[in-house]
Design a protein around this ligand. Structure first.
Ligand code: ASP
Length: 308
């Protein structure tokens, strides 16, 4: 179904293609042996020009669990990028060695550019403050598995909505589902970029922006917390001033619905107090595990496993 396709932005896949991935991920989760060894002989290049823990490790775990192999680098200093090689040339090379490329790069648009030079599928594992579509697949699968649906929900995003690429991708993706209300909670300096808001407006998505966490918390079915993205700030003083604007603690959790879930793309810095980890509504570690299953489903599909 997705054989040979690249994934650069969340909209690259239709809702039915995403549904298909979610059901495949569920099958893999329920049956450890399902699709095992199906990618034997296939190679995945993981090119990380920016730090990563979950995305890189879960892609590598996914590929290895499917019987394939991985090659690549975890930081640009160990690649020829450090000698001044262009992204286009690095991609041409990786495409000649591997069957698919997963890439994270600090520049917005880098994944799209890579897909133009690549002869194999490219998966965007984060391009600057722009998009992170496989985190979106992870987030949607988590919502579906834990709440049983991806419609008729009020989803609150809190923290750095300006630079948080996972927020941009997930907000755009949720806007494609029926009866979704989005609430964006952030300090004024870190509001959602205009280009995302104009997409939401064009789609008639119900959304509001606020600085008042406590007032909106009782409405939420999903609370999506985010870290203030230090690496995207021009000025360290601004980061220090804004980093602890919202900290989720037990008092704030007490205002939330009993069935609400708390998601976070991780890494967490200080914005979720560790005392919340034992609250049954804290779903961020489960979410990270769903990330591996959905990446297994994705790799199996784009590399054309016959069952897919
Ligand atoms: N891991 C996510 C990302 O790469 C979230 C974050 O870094 O805050 O965008």
């Amino acid at each position: 179904m997705l054989n040979g396709k690249s994934l650069i932005e969340p909209e690259d896949f239709s809702l039915s293609e995403m549904d298909y991935l979610f059901s495949l991920a569920e099958k893999i989760e329920k049956d450890e042996k399902y699709l095992r060894e199906s990618l034997r002989g296939k190679l995945l290049a993981t090119l990380f020009f920016e730090p990563s823990t979950r995305t890189r490790l879960s892609f590598e775990a996914a590929m290895l669990r499917l019987g394939g192999s991985c090659l690549g680098f975890a930081e640009p200093g160990s690649s020829s990028a450090a000698k001044g090689e262009s992204l286009a040339d690095t991609i041409r090379m990786a495409a000649s060695y591997a069957d698919a490329i997963v890439m994270r790069n600090p520049k917005e648009g880098a994944a799209l550019l890579a897909s133009r030079y690549s002869t194999v599928p490219v998966i965007n594992a984060g391009d600057g403050g722009h998009h992170h579509p496989t985190q979106t697949l992870t987030d949607l699968l988590t919502i579906k598995r834990l709440l049983g649906k991806i419609d008729n929900l009020t989803v609150g995003f809190c923290g750095d909505l300006k630079f948080g690429r996972t927020v941009h991708s997930l907000a755009k993706a949720l806007a494609r589902y029926p009866k979704i209300k989005l609430i964006f909670i952030s300090p004024k300096e870190l509001v959602l970029p205009e280009y995302i808001k104009s997409i939401l407006k064009k789609q008639n998505t119900d959304f509001e922006e606020s600085e008042n966490f406590e007032k909106l918390m009782p409405e939420l079915d999903v609370l999506y917390m985010t870290r203030v993205q230090r690496e995207r700030f021009f000025n360290e003083d601004d980061y220090i001033r804004l980093k602890d604007t919202y900290v989720l603690n037990t008092e704030k959790m007490a205002l939330g619905k009993e069935k609400m879930i708390v998601l976070h793309p991780l890494p967490r810095v200080n914005e979720i107090s560790v005392e919340i980890d034992s609250d049954p509504r804290a779903a961020y570690f489960k979410q990270a595990k769903y990330g591996m299953y959905v990446r297994m489903a994705l790799l199996a599909s784009i590399l054309g496993v016959s069952e897919c």
